[in-house]
Design a protein around this ligand. Structure first.
Ligand code: FES
Length: 679
């Protein structure tokens, strides 16, 4: 009679094993992904499996009730002390006695798939750089003298095949007491980076350590710093938090921060300190909110634009402010927590910073490329990460191009007369009736439209305070479709448009969106200056995309992805009416949410992804907008709403833009056009 057949699900791996073989051993021999921290000692419970009994016609086996050995005392002890689901067995205790089908539940898989909440292209395969290992270490022997670290290293190699390991001073200092407290049984957190020759011990605990390992994925933006705290053993996001980048007090946009450094010796040090302190405080805040000690954070991944990158590293960013925009290094960086003054997290924790693509296209764009994978798409895909500086990727399986374009902060509500950051009370959605020219809107924090019953009551606490970035985009686009603004961006007068919502202001006009001055609230208007600011921002964005299309040799794209926290809120239709993005079927325009943050999370949870993005970045072609001769031409043509030259057939299929013209100067100018500086 042949040895019993063991079939594992969901992998489908199968093999024959001698009676008495532990399930964990069978799994290992077949390469089945079954976890074990304690190495089969029956104390970690990571190896839990669910055996199936009865008829399995799909597999052609019948599993008898005694296909596995009897429930043993180790399992009983574990179940009574810690609890275990009925039907579960410990893979290291149960042995094979007959043909059996064994399911490995997701929580027992080391490389489980972490399901992304975002519109998903792929899930993340869990394979963090830092993992836990339980080991039994030989006691010291006077006759064979050796150091505790050497014996720990030998134990790790013998029991886990880790190769030789090193330990930083902070670990060495606690090594001896921990080994003795654990009675020569310890749990080690071991970091093995994707390029490391030798693994490094990050921390060590007596006995079996069961409080988990945690990592931070940080998207360091010029305006905000966002962090996600992830469980490195499950991939779960435990919490997210954000705070303003304190460097704002040195300058709103990147170039003003670079100028601050040029004008103020030592200004870079002040900014470096400010951002490091903020990141450390954010780590403490998010860990505390999740009920963890900040020391439990052993891995951090950071993505940021090049200027933020240099200011964080303590590298003078002055070279990034002038052609040829040379980075000190574009390579990915592996650092220690203390290198960046993250004093509250684990002192031996590791930091990985994604590579930058070019002097103006940073690690944040690399993270977007990691998350959205333009180089793996058959369809030509344009990815726009909308922020103060738009970062743009265009590509398909043949090649990927990247550039950045200086949109300025108008899309974030800055430089807009009634503009504000996205916060409760800010107008975020706008509709204007094409016949009556009357507006209705929604504010952040309330689901009702302004003409719904109960709106005034519902917005009493927040008030109606201003317009945020997505609100101003919708307002301008709706004004264009309602015939209140012409293709050149000029606002019509009350007489030209037939509505007394148009208010004369010197030689230009404004559109009254909301009036609550009688109640002590603000008067919210869209001014000619606001439209010009939006035109400048969107022209820069479109011109950048157009340059990449030139380089690719195409005049249309198949898919458009809006990334960035703000991109998540932009209405694709309104963005296209404004000509922010090239013409494409609306169903092919989607939001990817905070793709840079997602990319950071992928690099945190899967070390192979780090190697992958380093290779990808090396293959991306960088296009420099600042020196491209055609940028200015594309910029000027993109000033019109939606565009002076490009036809936008897909948009015309769904929207009929009125052919109005409010130009009374004869040359189309209102003297308000300015060229945006990079920032
Ligand atoms: Fe740890 Fe089974 S491997 S309990």
């Amino acid at each position: 009679m042949s040895d019993p057949l063991v079939i594992f699900t969901p992998s489908g791996k199968r093999g024959h094993f001698a009676k008495g073989t532990p399930v964990l051993q069978a799994a290992r021999q077949l390469g089945v992904d079954l976890d074990s921290v304690c190495g089969g000692r029956g104390i970690c419970s990571k190896c839990q499996v669910s055996p199936g009994y009865g008829e399995f016609s799909k597999h052609g086996v019948t599993v008898a009730p005694d296909a596995l050995s009897e429930w043993n005392s180790v399992e009983e002890r574990y179940k009574s002390k810690r609890g275990m689901l009925d039907g579960r067995r410990l893979g290291c205790q149960a042995t094979v006695q007959g043909d059996v089908v064994i399911d490995v539940p997701p929580e027992s898989q080391v490389h489980k798939q972490v399901v992304r909440k975002e519109v998903t292209l792929r899930d993340i395969r869990l394979d963090p750089a830092t993992r836990l290992y339980f080991v039994e270490v030989d006691e010291p022997d006077m006759h064979e003298p050796s150091g505790d670290l050497e014996r720990l290293s030998a134990a790790l190699e013998a029991q886990w095949q880790t190769g030789p390991v090193t330990a930083p001073l902070a670990v060495l200092r606690k090594l001896q007491p921990v080994l003795r407290k654990g009675n020569w049984q310890v749990t080690v957190a071991l970091h093995q980076g994707h390029n490391d020759v030798m693994a490094q011990i990050v921390d060590i605990w007596p006995g079996l350590y069961e409080d988990g390992l945690y990592g931070l994925a940080i998207d360091l933006g010029s305006t905000t710093i966002a962090a996600h705290l992830c469980n490195l053993l499950t991939g779960e996001v435990l919490g997210s938090a954000g705070r303003m980048n304190p460097q704002i007090r040195f300058g709103e946009d990147l170039m003003s921060r670079v100028s601050y450094v040029m004008m103020n010796p030592g200004g870079d040090v002040a900014m470096t300190n400010a951002v490091r302190e903020a990141m450390d405080a954010l780590a403490v805040e998010i860990a505390t909110e999740c009920g963890l000690a900040p020391h439990a954070i052993v891995e951090t991944v950071i993505v940021c634009n090049p200027v933020m990158h240099h200011l964080l590293m303590g590298i003078d960013p002055v070279e990034l402010g002038q052609a040829p925009f040379a980075l000190a290094t574009s390579d990915a960086m592996s650092l220690g927590a203390r290198d960046l003054d993250l004093v509250s997290i684990n002192p031996s924790g590791h930091i990985y910073v994604l590579p930058c693509i070019a002097g103006h296209v940073g690690a944040d764009a690399a993270a977007v490329a990691l998350s959205e994978e333009p180089g793996k798409q058959e369809a030509l895909t344009l990815i726009v990460d909308v922020g103060t500086n738009a970062e743009i990727l265009l590509g398909n399986t043949t090649r990927v191009l990247a550039c950045s374009s200086p949109t300025g902060p108008a899309f974030e509500g800055a430089q807009i007369s009634s503009g504000q950051r996205a916060a409760p009370g800010a107008i975020e959605r706008v509709e204007i009736d094409a016949t009556t020219k009357e507006p209705r809107f929604r504010v952040i924090g309330c689901d009702l439209w302004s003409d719904d019953p109960g709106f005034a009551e519902a917005t009493k606490t927040t008030g109606i305070t201003g317009i945020c970035g997505s609100g101003i985009i919708e307002a301008v686009a709706e004004m264009r479709t309602a015939g209140l603004v012409d293709a050149g961006g000029l606002i019509g007068s009350a007489a030209q448009t037939g509505t007394d919502r148009m208010i004369a202001e010197g030689r230009t006009h404004s559109y009254l969106l909301h009036q609550s001055a009688q109640d002590g609230g603000p008067r919210i208007t869209v001014t000619q200056g606001d439209i010009r600011a939006i035109q400048l921002a969107k022209s820069a964005l479109y011109a950048g995309a157009r340059l990449l299309m030139d380089e690719f040799g195409v005049d249309k794209v198949e898919h458009v992805v809006l990334a960035g926290a703000f991109g998540a809120h932009i209405s694709p239709k309104h963005a296209m009416i404004l000509g922010m993005i090239p013409d494409a079927p609306l169903s092919h325009v989607r939001s990817a949410g905070n793709a840079a943050g997602t990319g950071a999370r992928i690099a945190l949870l899967n070390r192979a992804a780090r190697g992958e993005i380093e290779t990808t970045v090396g293959q991306i072609t960088k296009v420099e907008t600042a020196i491209a001769p055609k940028f200015q031409e594309h910029f000027v043509n993109a000033n019109a709403l939606p565009h002076a030259v490009d036809p936008f057939p897909e948009l015309n299929r769904i929207v009929d833009l009125p052919k109005v013209s409010f130009n009374t100067n004869g040359d189309g100018s209102d003297g308000g056009r300015r060229r945006r500086r990079r920032g």
